[in-house]
Design a protein around this ligand. Sequence first.
Ligand SMILES: [Zn+2]
Length: 70
Amino acid sequence: MVLLVQEADVPKLAQIMQQQWASSVHAEGNVPVVESLRADESGELPCPACGTAAPLDLTGACTDCGLVLG
Ligand SMILES: [Zn+2]
């Protein structure tokens, strides 16, 4: 999927995508581990599946749950 938007619209688009993701998680009866994807004090983003904020392993996977992100 390729989505092209004006740079100024990126924050608004991010908010819409996060709301849709949270809505789909709640619709499936789940509670999201991570409510928003913001870097922690080390600069690492939390894994959307388990919330671990750490560098990915050599295969691009979360070192905690194994979700491939990179
Ligand atoms: Zn993870």
